[in-house]
Design a protein around this ligand. Structure first.
Ligand SMILES: [Zn+2]
Length: 267
């Protein structure tokens, strides 16, 4: 199914599938100005810039705007570098903008999770329900709380494409805070999956992994996973910790085993 998915995408839409540390980068080309959705992880910004300026990207042409599905370090880590290179406007989901404007690292889960993001300038916001014109196509911004309570997904009804960020992957979705941290998060993740199920989607471009077409199966897997997490809060808490540690290990390419207890304590 995954090989079919890319052939269903219009030619002005390019997807750079990255590794799991960086989010995918989605490029929409248009004579009215090229736009990029998500900029990947901070440390991988050189590769993000190289992909963007490649012949498969925009070459020497300017980038007009950069949008983020949500403001985690693997999606906005390259924002500062992309903005520095192209002097492009950065546009964020409405709910994320105040945190970024004041750069509250704890609230951004940056200091909290020992992740670094270079600061960038915010030039605009997107609201749920708004229609955006990217790559000569209309995209509806839809609220997709759960993994990130202010996240947006983007839906194009003409080609039935959903840019899902970390709200839906082919196998699961981004970590969701346990009820002790945010009691609204898991129910919101479920409601977001149910919202996606009501859309007529042919291709999902997820925040991580290849674009896919078997949307029904992916939704079923994620709904089952949500059931399991809701039934077992401890399991979810363990999963969140494990995921954050995995992320740190990928980032630092390994932490000496002897340093691990100290590291966990500190972070
Ligand atoms: Zn992500």
């Amino acid at each position: 199914m995954t090989t079919d998915a890319r052939t269903l995408l219009p030619p002005q839409l390019r997807v750079f599938v990255r590794d799991w540390l960086s989010s995918n980068n989605i490029l929409l080309k248009s004579r009215d100005g090229h736009v990029l959705i998500d900029s990947g992880f901070t440390r991988h910004a050189p590769l993000t810039l190289a992909l963007l300026s490649s012949p498969q990207g925009i070459g020497d042409e300017p980038l007009a705007k950069l949008f983020n599905t949500h403001c985690h370090s693997d999606h906005m880590g390259g924002n500062a570098a992309v903005q520095a290179r192209y002097a492009c406007a950065v546009v964020l989901p409405q709910g994320e903008a105040p945190l970024i404007a004041s750069w509250e690292e704890k609230a951004l889960l940056l200091g909290y999770c020992d992740q670094h993001v270079d600061r960038f300038r915010v030039d605009g916001i997107m609201k749920p329900g708004e229609t955006l014109l990217w790559g000569d196509l209309e995209w509806r911004a839809i609220a997709a709380p759960g993994h990130d309570m202010a996240a947006l997904v983007f839906y194009n009804p003409e080609h039935r494409i959903l840019v899902s960020g970390d709200a839906l992957w082919e196998n699961g979705y981004g970590i969701v805070m346990p009820p002790e941290v945010d009691p609204a998060a898991l129910p919101a993740a479920r409601a977001t999956l149910e919202m996606i199920a009501r859309l007529d989607v042919r291709v999902v471009i997820p925040g991580h992994g290849e674009p896919f077409t078997d949307v029904r199966a992916a939704l079923n897997r994620s709904l089952q996973r949500t059931d399991a997490l809701q039934a077992d809060a401890l399991r979810n808490a363990r999963h969140v910790l494990k995921s954050l540690l995995m992320f740190a290990l990928l980032d630092k390419r390994g932490i000496a085993l002897a340093d691990l207890p100290d590291y966990l304590d500190r972070v």
